[in-house]
Design a protein around this ligand. Sequence first.
Ligand SMILES: C[S@@+](CC[C@H](N)C(=O)[O-])C[C@H]1O[C@@H](n2cnc3c(N)ncnc32)[C@H](O)[C@@H]1O
Length: 481
Amino acid sequence: MNERVARHKTAMSRAALSRPVATAIRDSIVTEKTSFFDYGCGRGDDLRNLAALGYTVDGWDPTHRSSASRRRADVVNLGYVVNVIEDPQERADTLREAWQLANSVLVVSARLAWDARGLSGRPMGDGLVTRNGTFQKFFDQAELGRWIQDQLESEVYAAAPGIYYAFKEATDAQSFIANRVHTYRPRLRIDPHEMYEMHAAVLEPFLAFMKLHGRAPKGGELADESVSAIKEAVGSLGRSHQLIRKVTDDDYWDRVAVQRRSELLVYIALSRFSGRPRFNRLGPTLTADIRTHFGKYRDACTQADRMLVACGDPAIVLVNARTSRVGKQTPSALYIHKSALGELPPILQVYEGCARALSGTVEHANVIKLSVTEPQVSYLTYPDFDHDAHPTLASSVIVNLRRLSVDWRDYRRASNPPLLHRKEEFLGADDPRRTLYSRLTAAEQRAGLYAHPESIGSLLGWTQAVQAAQVKINGHRLFRL
Ligand SMILES: C[S@@+](CC[C@H](N)C(=O)[O-])C[C@H]1O[C@@H](n2cnc3c(N)ncnc32)[C@H](O)[C@@H]1O
């Protein structure tokens, strides 16, 4: 027990039955036929009053009746005990100990948040220490039910505000529900969506991990403080996973798994270039990912090697480029913004990865051209891609996979450099810039700027088209002159 709180002072004397005991009698939970044990009975007023009414009773309290033994009984009452225990672990243990003694029903009551109104005290843990030195944790009704349910892993039933019943047998729970037609209170169903909303912020790192890896994180894969916060809020990592799966679409997770599988294949395929590591050298997260999505590393390596072979086949590259959901299609190539590379079909990601293995990362390159007529990947730099509606090419690095050559071309002093329009086509499917760029493209189309596609691919042709259409482009907006 914490030295700073005075639990012994929490027990009050009362002449009448306590509310939970009276409620249990009203609901026929406590009858003359049932044995009753008051766990944490305080000064024993309920015991005395019940005995006087002819009930079979006994009780124990660590302060006021410590020499009594803790016995099993049909009904065990844990009346306003859990709210005076400041240590959450001890609080949960006490609940479970009382549950162990119940043959049939445990009646749990605690003070509710509204009891705290007007009460002043010093905050401590999840409650406060009142003026007379006692600790009080004030629950919300639903929070109390959820906590009992989680600790006992058994359904609980709200008997009254601040009072819950937990039954050992489902049949007893059913007869309780059936018997209280006149005093019906709806069964507490904890809606997983509500539960998720309540703990969304705490669960965020867990969810982010799942989105990235297509599986639930293991203990060491999240920061310690996140794990503690999650355990406190939801109970365990396993429960967090179940909760997230309940409130999200299976379909979404199937797609994440497919995506993660291809990322791993691309990684494993490209790891050939630096000498593919043995499985036990991959690190715990990567090995867990591979186990989850492939089972065996060997199978993943075989599939990855097939991809490497496939991306050397021009017909396969062509089919993959033409069926790509992202990127700008031209007769000889597929162009894509670097932010959308992860959305390319895996074969094309390996194709691009092979080129990068040769050239290294081309700094500042933001558009990648995947040729479909020869094994060639070009890394194009458009320094003003974001700000200029029609950025011009500054330089390109061309990697030829047949010749194993890397060339560089500089357009910065060119009088008529290549220029981009329809920028949205280079971006990923969910890229937020698409809306702005598409709106401009639609306006340009209406203004007739794309009437002669053969001449607008470079700066001079485009400038002439803009002048001829008597329009002006400012930022990403078109104005008629
Ligand atoms: C607010 S009183 C309630 C007494 C009684 N059940 C009632 O309803 O009048 C809280 C009681 O919980 C007892 N208590 C404190 N820690 C306990 C624990 N770990 N196990 C059982 N009882 C405990 C205290 O001794 C105190 O008598």
